[in-house]
Design a protein around this ligand. Structure first.
Ligand code: KG4
Ligand code: ZN
Length: 334
């Protein structure tokens, strides 16, 4: 019999469901929540309510379009953490009830591990051991991946995540949430060296992104005093310069990690891995450093249930199941 798993992702502001059959992703249904745009960030209470609204239609569509009847499901997987407690609870509660009703096992998934395992959905797949730079709205980590389910954080941010630095800079520029993709868009037309922002260099493989937010704040305050139209006139250049600085900080540590661990299999994952500038820079550095690089497809960069399903497939093979007493963990570690 085939291993058919329904996977649910509800850790932040995307409600998603996917079905995987014998390791092959059949679909990846995502409902994005636009309710947060005007607030400049995800409002947790609104996120959990939107999950409640979207979850059943999204799961229904995933099961229907997979062509697999729910009686043929082998397990139900869900994101246990890290994420927003209210959002996680919606997915966990549904997964438990559904698994109980169908009499099939439950599989808990770590969201950050799933971002990395998204690399095993399609070819080419990274070879072990590889280093993954996981960059999202809540995390910035350098991970040494030794096997599908054996991973070690070798560096991480001491304060803000890089996605947060993108989003907060965008907010200061008056752009709606999430601003990362907009900075990326405007940066394409701008000069990355137009304005200089400080590049922080923490010791070792750790990152710090809180400084740039403050630097952008003061920079804009001073320039706006001289010219109230400063942002409108220079939006592309400001975005290109902020993005250039953030990418520089990421690449500096990635290069250091590759040298230290003598590894040339390099992957990126998470929402910020959709960034055009980062993807481009990685390609350039890879040619110089002779890295084999792995960049996820756009649909697997930001939050999605296909990556949860992929991770669940490996856990199913290992028979790593959870009891019905499992609870979400907002600060779950890798
Ligand atoms: O992985 P993800 O969807 O959710 C979390 O687990 O946090 O990542 C979302 C983050 C947001 O900060 C968003 O602004 C950022 O990824 N992001 C981007 C781009 N696309 C998404 N940042 C820069 N450039 C992009 N193209
Ligand atoms: Zn994520």
């Amino acid at each position: 019999m085939k291993i058919n798993i329904l996977a649910i992702e509800s850790s932040c502001d995307e409600t998603s469901a996917a079905v995987i059959s014998d390791g092959k992703i059949l679909n990846n249904i995502i409902a994005t929540q636009s309710v947060h745009e005007k607030y400049g960030g995800v409002v947790p209470e609104l996120a959990s309510r939107a999950h409640q609204l979207h979850l059943i239609p999204v799961i229904h569509e995933a099961i229907q379009s997979s062509g697999i009847d729910k009686s043929q499901l082998s397990a139900v997987a869900f994101t246990k953490g890290p994420g927003l407690m209210g959002s996680l609870l919606v997915g966990v509660s549904f997964a438990k009830s559904f698994a109980y009703a169908l009499g099939i096992p439950l599989i808990e998934i770590n969201h950050m591990q799933a971002h990395i395992l998204a690399h095993f959905i399609d070819d080419p797949k990274p070879k072990f051991p590889f280093i993954c730079l996981t960059v999202s709205g809540g995390h910035t980590q350098l991970v040494l991946v030794e096997d599908y389910l054996t991973m070690k954080v070798i560096g991480e941010t001491m304060d803000d995540a890089v996605g947060e630095a993108f989003d907060k800079s965008a907010k200061l520029l008056g752009l709606p949430y999430p601003g990362g993709p907009l900075i990326d868009k405007y940066a394409k037309e701008g000069n990355p060296k137009a304005f200089a922002f400080p590049v922080s260099d923490m010791p070792g493989l750790n990152f710090s992104f809180s400084g740039i937010k403050t630097a952008v704040l003061y920079f804009l305050r001073d320039r706006l005093k001289e010219d109230p139209e400063f942002i409108t006139k220079n939006l592309n250049d400001i975005c290109a310069s902020v993005q250039y600085t953030l990418i520089k900080m990421l690449m500096q540590k990635l290069k250091r990690a590759a040298k230290e661990y003598q590894i040339n299999e390099i992957a990126i994952a998470g929402g910020v891995s959709a960034n055009f500038g980062l993807r481009n820079e990685l390609q350039l550095v890879a040619d110089i450093e002779r890295w084999n690089i792995y960049i996820p497809k756009f649909e697997y960069c930001t939050d999605n249930a296909a990556m949860i399903a992929m991770a669940a497939h490996f856990k199913y093979l290992n028979k790593e199941f959870s009891g019905l007493d499992v609870v979400p963990e907002a600060r779950m570690k890798l």
